[in-house]
Design a protein around this ligand. Sequence first.
Ligand code: KG4
Ligand code: ZN
Length: 338
Amino acid sequence: MDKKQVILAIESSCDETAAAVVQDDFTVISSVVSSQIALHAKWGGVVPGIASKQHVVAMNGVIGEALEKADVTPEELSAVAVTVGPGLPGSLATGISAAKALCLAWEKPFVAVNHLEGHLFSAELDGAKIEFPAIYLLVSGGHCMIVYAAERGKYKLLGTTLDDSVGEAYDKVARELGFEYPGGPIIDKLSLQGKDSYPLPRPMLDRGYDFSFSGLKTAVRREIDKGNVVKEDMATSFVVASMDVLSTKLRKAVQEYQPRNVIVVGGVSKSPILRSKLTDGSLGKVNVIFPGLKYSTDNAAMIGAAGWWQFKTKGPSADNVPMMPGLSIPLAEAKPDA
Ligand code: KG4
Ligand code: ZN
């Protein structure tokens, strides 16, 4: 039988141990995610020491399950891709070691993938075909950025957060309100039941494409310190303020760069409120694309997609590529045609 080419991908940059088998057309054959949320919940955030130990415990089983579910043998793989950054050093180390060991043992090419670029590919898994030029909004626990791409892989960073990411702000506001980590889904759900009644700031609304969510989080804390906060109303006020900032900056980017697609990725793109706010027509005449819900948060399938594209266009990575905990988006001299 004429089988498509497949890649094994591994992700362990934060608190998810994940492996996936992805076909060269970005079809996901298997995707296994072992989440550590339960281990970190009571600590209010990811504890790096706990995360790295748990990756060691889970890694082999997750890889084995991904191969088994895909019904693929090591011989049938074209390459092994892994996240090399950004992320927590102790967490990244387990995935990278596993991938390098498997490449040696199975004599397969090694592909080093940027986690952020993985998120950018997530909307194309099992689905949408992206048209360029495109504007990406990446909203995750670790990052918040707007990226322009004249064509695939040619990225120009338009703006990023100067302090907290929007996911981080969600998690911190949740903690202030007495909820466990991760607070994003809880705040999002709660916000559907409240009123936008607290006067919260929209930081840096008129200042280019950069963001700052730390001031918004502090304003929430000040209101809480006054006492008698209505949690639902605070959640609504916070979500409305965050969405205002994200949609205002995106609208500006759409007007300036005239993209064919706006692609919204990362953990916060799971939010139904964000999804409806950005598809209500207020961004203008542009096609807004989101990943499937299971590909919004960290997974290895998106690493497989980014890895495939990289492998096809640039070939395998050097065996001695180091781990890069502070890696940013790979930039190119992309010339906006608007
Ligand atoms: O992309 P991701 O899994 O990890 C990083 O690369 O950082 O994003 C995790 C973030 C967390 O801050 C979490 O609170 C947030 O995504 N999140 C959400 C929702 N689900 C997860 N935020 C808002 N609404 C949600 N439904
Ligand atoms: Zn991520």
